[in-house]
Structure formats: C-alpha cells, structure tokens
Design a protein. Sequence first.
Length: 480
Amino acid sequence: MSAIITNSFRRKSCQAFIDEVDNSNKYFIGLGKSDRWPDKNGIDEDHVDYQAPFPENTLYDNQDVLDSLLALVRVKETDVLVPKNPWTSNRKYKIYDPLDPYLFDLEGNEYPCYTTVDDKIFVCLGNDGGISTIIPSSDTTSFDTVNHVKVTSDGYQWAFLQDIDQTSHFYTQEFVPVGDDVTDDDPYLSTGGLIYNFKIISGGFTVTGNEDIILTGIDRDGNELASVNITTDPRFLVNIVSGTITSIRYVDINNDALMGYARAIIKLYDGVVENTDVIIRPIVADINGFGSSPINQLPAYYMGFYARFKGSVDGEALTALPFRQVSLIYDPERLPEDSLEPTLSDKGEEYSDDEALDALEYIQFEPLSITQELPPSSLIRQINSGAKAYLDKVDLVNTRIYYHRNSNIDVNYIPFNTTDDIIIEPITGGDDVQFSASLMQNIVKSEYIHNSGEVLFVNNREKIQRNDNQIEFIKLIAQF
C-alpha cells in the first residue's frame, strides 16, 4: 500500500503544536552540559576543527540531556516559519505550480517558487523559462484589481504574498515568520481565482492550430463561468511545434486576465471530437488570492521557540561556566516550595518562580571554608562512598560546590553524603584538593526534579561561555 504525509498535514501539525505550546505552561528551553565533549580522532573540543557530536535519538541519550541540564526557562514566544529564500539575480525561480510536489524545494539550479525581497514575500507566477534579473517590485500598491501581477522585463511575473514582520525574534538570515490570514476584501488579494499559467502535460502529436482549445470552470459558489476559446481569444498566444502544443501564454496578463475561478479545465476539440492526446492543466490561484492565507500558500511547516536567558536568570542559572547543549523540554517538574532551600536571588525581577528553574545540585559548606576556584568538568569524588560527579562551579561567596552527573564513565549516580571527605581532581591537572566532611553542612537538591520531563529537541553546540552581563536569545527551529 502506498501512502504519503501531505504538506497540509505538516502545516496543520505545526500549527497545532504551536497552539499547544502557547496555551500551556509546560514547555521549557534548557541549557546544559558543562562537562567537555569527548575527543574525536585525537582532536579535543578546543581545536578549531572540532565539531560537537550529532545528537542521537535514543532513550539513553535523552536521559543524559536531562541529567546534564544547568537551568530551564519557559518558552516565551513561538511562530510559524518558512525558510528565507532571498531574491538573487541570475537565478531561475520555479513557477508556483500546485501540480509540482517540489515547488518549495531547491532542485539543481531551480530555486523555490517564492522569494523574499525588501521585507516582503513574492511568489513567481511565470518565468518565461529563463533566469530572473529584475528585482520584484516592492511597491505592493500596484497589486490591485487591475494590475494584479507585476511583470518584469526579464519575462517574470510576480504576485505579492505578505509583508515580513521585522520585529519577530524569528526574523533571521535563515527563516522568516509567516503572516496571519487576511480578509477577502484586502486590496492585495486581487489575484483571487486568477488563471495565471498553463501546464502542458501532453501537447499532442497532430495539432494544427485550427482546433478549439476550450476552457471551462466554476466560481467559488459552484456556478459555471462562461467558456473561453483559447485558440481565438486575443489574450493568449498558443505555441505549436511539429504538431505539439509547447506552451500557452498570456499576451498581457494585466489586461483582462481570467479571474474568479475556483476550478478550471481545458479540452481540445477538432470539430466536435475531443483530442485526448492533449492534456493541459490551467494553473489557478487560490480563490481568495495570494496572501489570503500565507500559512497554506507557503512551506509553513517549521516552527520556532524562543526564550531569553539574561545573566543569572534571577539567580536560577549559574554564570562563569560554559554550556554545550540546548534542548526543548516538555513538562519538567519542580520541587514543592517547602522542599526548597531559601533563595539568595532577588526572585521575581524578570522571571517568576514557575518561569525559570535551576537544575544543579550543590554541596553546602561552612562559611569561609572554600578559598580556591576550580575549573568546570573537574571530577568530584568521595573516598568511601565511591560517589563521583562533574564539578560545575565553586561558589566562593556562598561556599558551595555545584555538580551534575550523567552516563559518562568518569562519573556515576551514587549520591554524595555529608560524612565522607570530598576530593576534587582538577581537569587542568595539578594536585587534588580535599575538603573535610566536617565542613559539609548539607546536600541541596535543585528546583528541577531530575528525570522529569520529556526531551523534544536537542541541539549540540561547541562550548559557549556564560557571564553575568551576557544575554542568550535562544531560538530553536523544528521542522514537521
């Protein structure tokens, strides 16, 4: 049995997911993995040629993502996106052809059927078989009920689709947000039901040019429109080569073009006999016009998630340490308020309690008992219990040592206790540093309950160092 997932399904899945995220408080972006990536072929992560490992979609690896989290911030903004396809001279753009399953894809030297220029999106309705050398007009006021298509001197025909929201966090070099649906009476929507091109599926073998090429169709209400004889209509030019129809084109598409069609078909008759060797498909614009529903008229099956990590995130995210992983987490759980240690931050300045979660456990020591900073990824171990973890940060002010564990062979999941000395092996080498159990006050859990939540998206990165004055504008793009 043959089957496909349609683009409509992808679009609707994308929109449904966005609606779910926007109406839920359960989606968070996480920063994680302060410990180093493993060496690859003798190259360590500090080398200019090093590339972070590709994420593996296994339960084991997803568990590691959760274990390596440093902090989480709730998703603040979402949007439906399309890949940016900037207009560039000397490129051939495909015709917006509903019969072409690859109209939104790059194929060889043929570019997708839409382009972005002057912060607007245009779709190509005709290319005369050649390359584009004249930039589409940014004057959208010319797209009214008379001059509904912009024809450039290079043989291209363009229709305006939408303005691009430059204020969106997803207005980037790679993607642009898709506009909302607009009303039917919008002046830009004059392309409604426009027959703008003709696709020759089979041009026949014995066509003389004396036959009748009859176009019939219906309007949005299902009423039959007057038939048109393409052969004798002065608006059209029919090209025939050696008995085969090779093309049908408007002489001037801006002069009384065929409009208002919901459906249309073409038949060729020699007298009263239909020539079934000829198969021609009229290409008809959306009955509501280009731009009436950009989501349905573009490859809008990409969605963006945005969150902002400002400095310490009101005390929930450590600074002066790196992260190497960005993830989208669904429904992470938070410890009950009465289980949490009193916070040292000015909570609520920018992030409410349920908008940001710290994800690192720490060992609390006696005041003034720690005097030496140690680098992230150093190894913490206890002599008798055998517990091992990666050091994230030594907090000299509050005498804390933050740590995390994952499935790496250097560490394990044995819990620390307060009756066993701590030894730290600096990753940079040098002597081990030992802390007496007598100085340890408590083992403090993170707000985030480890092992909770589902990993929906992972992006492995080269090391990014955080600091107090730094703001990470995190944007994740998912494709459906």
